[in-house]
Each structure stands twice: as structure tokens, then as C-alpha cells.
Design a protein. Structure first.
Length: 259
């Protein structure tokens, strides 16, 4: 298959004065992660870093003028590809080993992963196309998809439930939200009601049948999110949504899994 060359690899959208969304439009929807940049007084925050096809550090130079903390909401491949570019990386203790040394058991892709055939992931993913290539275009002429690898990142802090990520004028509480992944986390800012939910909740087919997923944990996570005073959810995939949509999504999931 011959792929075209992309004019640019990342797209960006300003959400407000401090929050910017970045994404990789030429990565297929299953693996197209939302990358969130938050500007703080003392530090910048990156929530997840995409596939790592091209440099996220280069793509965010116009946004960043202070030290950066890169948080991994979990360590599936589509969320950690760019973490190796940053000196300060946070992950839950259950996910941190997979950030330090990526492997299939944590990231869902192994050494035999073929970017031109997603079936090499050997997963059943209801609601998404799991065949065909990872990319719909190449980042530059001469790019060889066979050279794609997840690169190890330095984990400077293993976080737990209740820890905080402080940007100086903004502070986010770490929420342990297992189900999709054992050490999945969200970041909640109580003063604004903003939740960065990772893949615990997004407005699309939720994946709870992965090798390390847990239906029981997911049900508990959903019930917790329903009671949280959230005003806006910025998720790991798909568009952002408000509290009313959060409740709809949670209730749909609980009706499906609990009845």
C-alpha cells in the first residue's frame, strides 16, 4: 500500500486560554489519542503523548516556555509514544514498569507489531476496525513504518490515588480509575470541575475486554465518576463533553454490564 505524505503531523485546537488539544489526524481512530496541554504558572502539563511517530516536543515548542510534566493516564501504546522526550514523567505505580520498558503486556503492542496491519495486535476490539494500517499517511518521505518502536521513558514519579499534580496556580488530584487498564488514572481539578479522564471514559466504544481489563473494576470506576462533581470531561479519545453526557455514558455502560 502506498501512503501519501502528510503536510503536517499534528493538529491543534485551543480549548481556552490555558488548555490546548493536540492530535495525530493520520493515525487511525482506534489509536488516535487526545494529547492535552495545560499551561500553568510554574509548569506545563501534558496529559498523554500519542503514538510517537513524530516529535511532540517539537510540535509543542510554540506552547511551552517552562518545565513540562508528562502524565501517562495509562501506558497503552497510543498514549505514551512521546514520553521519552520529556524529563519529568508521571504514571501510576501499576503502569510505570510499562513506561520504563514497553512490552505487549502493558502497551498492547510487542516486537512483532506491524504498523501496516493492526491485526498484529492480536486483540478483539468491539466498535473499532482492527485490520489494516495504523497510518493513513506518512510523516515524511522515506519514513519506514517497520522502524516504529515505543521508546522507554524515565518515570520520575509513581503516583497513587489522592496524589496531586501542581502547576503553581492549578492543582490536579490523581484519581485511580481502573477497569480499562489496571493503573489507569484521571486528573481532576476541583475548582473548575475539569476532568482529564484518559480511557476510563470517553464518548465512544469503551474497551473493557482487553487482556488486563476488569469489568468489576470498570463498574466501580463508572459509579465513582457518576458522583464526581465534573463540569467538563477532556478524554483520551473523541470530543470533550459535559456532566450531562457523562451521566448518559455511565448509565449506558452500567445498563450493559450490570443490567
Amino acid at each position: 500500500m502506498t501512503l501519501e505524505i502528510a503536510e503536517r503531523w499534528f493538529e491543534t485546537r485551543r480549548i481556552d486560554d490555558d488548555i490546548t488539544l493536540l492530535w495525530e489526524p493520520h493515525v487511525v481512530p482506534l489509536m488516535r489519542c487526545n494529547i492535552w496541554h495545560v499551561r500553568g504558572r510554574d509548569r506545563h502539563l501534558l496529559v498523554d503523548t500519542g503514538m510517537g511517530i513524530q516529535s511532540l516536543k517539537d510540535a509543542t515548542r510554540h506552547l511551552i516556555d517552562k518545565p513540562v510534566t508528562a502524565v501517562a493516564t495509562h501506558v497503552h501504546a497510543d498514549h505514551i509514544g512521546g514520553h521519552h522526550e520529556f524529563d519529568d514523567c508521571l504514571a501510576h505505580r501499576l503502569e510505570a514498569p510499562g513506561l520504563r520498558q514497553p512490552s505487549r503486556s502493558y502497551t498492547l503492542i510487542g516486537e512483532d507489531f506491524d504498523p501496516m496491519d493492526l491485526a498484529s495486535m492480536k486483540l478483539r476490539v468491539p466498535g473499532y476496525d482492527i485490520g489494516g494500517p495504523l497510518l493513513t499517511a506518512l510523516p515524511h518521505a522515506g519514513y519506514d513504518t517497520k522502524t516504529f518502536r515505543l521508546r522507554p521513558a524515565k518515570v520520575t514519579r509513581e503516583v497513587e490515588e489522592g496524589d496531586r499534580v501542581d502547576l503553581g496556580d492549578r492543582s490536579f488530584e490523581v484519581l485511580h480509575l481502573p477497569g480499562h487498564s489496571p493503573g489507569g488514572i484521571g486528573l481532576f481539578e476541583e475548582s473548575t470541575g475539569i476532568l482529564f479522564s484518559g480511557d476510563a471514559l470517553y464518548d465512544g466504544p469503551l474497551l473493557d475486554e482487553l487482556p488486563h481489563s476488569s469489568h468489576a473494576d470498570y463498574v466501580r470506576t463508572m459509579r465513582r465518576l457518576r458522583e464526581l462533581p465534573v463540569r467538563a470531561v477532556h478524554a483520551g479519545h473523541e470530543p470533550s463533553f459535559d456532566r450531562a453526557r457523562l451521566i448518559e455514558l455511565v448509565d449506558e455502560y452500567l445498563a450493559h454490564r450490570v443490567g
